[in-house]
Design a binder for this molecule. Sequence first.
Ligand code: NAI
Ligand code: PYR
Ligand code: MG
Length: 372
Amino acid sequence: MIIGVPQEVKNNEFRVGLTPGNVSGLCKQGHSVLLQRGAGTQIGLTDESYRIAGATLVNSAAEVYSKSEMIVKVKEPQAQECAMLREDQILFTYLHLAPDPKQTQALIDSGATCIAYETVTSRCGALPLLAPMSEVAGRMSIQAAASHLEKTHGGLGVLMAGVPGVAPAKIVILGAGVVGRNALQMAVGLGANVSIFDRDLERLRQIDMLFGNRVRTLYSDSLLVAQEVHEADAVIGAVLLPGAAAPKLVNREMIRKMKAGAVVVDVAIDQGGCFETSKPTTHADPTYEIDGVIHYCVANMPGAVARTSTFALTNATYPFVEALAKRGVIEALKQDQYLRNGLSVHRGVLTSEPVAMAQKLDFVSAEELLAA
Ligand SMILES: NC(=O)C1=CN([C@@H]2O[C@H](COP(=O)(O)OP(=O)(O)OC[C@H]3O[C@@H](n4cnc5c(N)ncnc54)[C@H](O)[C@@H]3O)[C@@H](O)[C@H]2O)C=CC1
Ligand SMILES: CC(=O)C(=O)O
Ligand SMILES: [Mg+2]
């Protein structure tokens, strides 16, 4: 198979879909890789290292898209990228379609087969291609909160850890999944006063066993969320209903009642965000203020630590790239129900039920469509 890797075009996005090691593995199996020149240069993955691994370097994204049978990338395709997709092509990347009707329509119109990293599942129902970036973003969320709590960044002027005689910051984490648990680990490490919410009691039990009374585990009840958010110095939004639009746990009224200079970091922004006041921001301009509360809503947080993130992401995605290249998309999807859970759009048909529900569209399940 001819596999194409374009350079990412989203704001301050320096991750790459495949590493030189991945390229070498694919070429040894008889596949060809077309890589846009410069795709990894910014993170120390030189064109020369890709060339030695076996990639053919091309000058433009247009050339990658026009000659490849499968496009492997990182972020959801931007409008100019959707326009280059073809009917017989496979797109393997993050999509985050639920809050994005324009991209959904563009992918349907393209006729391509589009598989979303974020809804591929594992045997136990986890999200193995989302998890590594959630680990990165979860850890970064506390760095972002700590930095924006500083006065020079518009914050309250609070040191996350406090000092002897002065209390540490109060951090509230909404969601105890991968993002939430990684945020928790960092916040506890810094000595913050942390509360974490979820509806999954098993997750809260595991946290309780690990952290004991250093952390408050709380069931996600709206009154309790309102009370904790009111008292918080920083709130991390980390909830997810896989594939669907994020539930809004914090409304405008709750934001208005927060302290001036408090910070909200809405990691769930890629699925529409869990604060009513959230809107996507970029690394170039990561924050805005509403009712005195600093909002950090960067939809590609791991892009800031793109070298770490590229290796973490491709460690998880590469086995699926191999399977798609070896078997072809139809056989790979038929043989692997977990990969099939990632299928979102196939030859002009939407196959994701949560996206269909979020956008009031029709869908056909992947099973039904592939059997036809
Ligand atoms: N902004 C960015 O750069 C990045 C964003 N993300 C996003 O972060 C979000 C979280 O991802 P993960 O932690 O991997 O998901 P996850 O599935 O591991 O965890 C989500 C948690 O939310 C909980 N939850 C659902 N509804 C809830 C409610 N009403 N109240 C409390 N908890 C609730 C679930 O029980 C689950 O434990 C996703 O939207 C993901 O796409 C992930 C990586 C990077
Ligand atoms: C998951 C995601 O949106 C990201 O890594 O950018
Ligand atoms: Mg206020």
